[in-house]
Design a protein around this ligand. Structure first.
Ligand code: ZN
Length: 159
């Protein structure tokens, strides 16, 4: 079976920003996604097409096919108490904030006693990212997964 639309793909990955390893699924459960539904960044999804279980590959994804270009001036002032993820904040740290469109990650640009200036660009905006991927398993999606537009874990439904 080759990766194609409406199939569930399980894979391990290591993500590099330049030469620096940023995150990896290895050592844990593989990542699972439903192909063709925008569940993963476009550049990685494109590189997955037609792969088979057991395939190993590296792909470098430009910002426009990852988390977008970095936009200058995309900052906002928010109350420090709305920042989630740490007790004390310093510039450069990544916080989670609730917005009308759900939770998002922001980078702290400046922080005062009550108000912080946060950078709304995704932490990987403007970055060229390299993924080292091992395709673990490819399977048919079930009807519920197709209806939801995403993969469920083998153990069942988790949301
Ligand atoms: Zn679901």
């Amino acid at each position: 079976m080759k990766v194609a639309k409406d199939l569930v793909v399980q894979f391990h990955y290591t993500l590099f920003d330049g030469d620096q390893e940023v995150e990896s699924s290895r050592g844990g459960e593989p990542m699972a996604y439903l192909h063709g539904h925008g569940n993963i960044i476009p550049g990685l999804e494109e590189a997955m097409l037609d792969r088979e279980a057991g395939d190993h590959f590296r792909v470098t994804v430009p910002p426009e096919k990852a988390y977008g270009e970095y936009q200058e001036g995309l900052t906002q002032r928010v109350p420090v108490k709305h920042l989630q993820g740490a007790a004390k904040w310093q510039p450069g740290m990544v916080a989670v904030v609730n917005t009308e469109r759900g939770q998002r990650q922001v980078r702290i640009a400046k922080v005062g006693r009550f108000m912080a200036t946060v950078d709304l660009n995704h932490p990987f905006a403007g970055r060229e990212l390299t993924f080292e991927v091992d395709v673990v398993k490819i399977r048919e999606a079930d009807a519920e997964e197709l209806a939801h537009g995403h993969a469920h874990s083998d153990g069942g439904h988790e949301h």
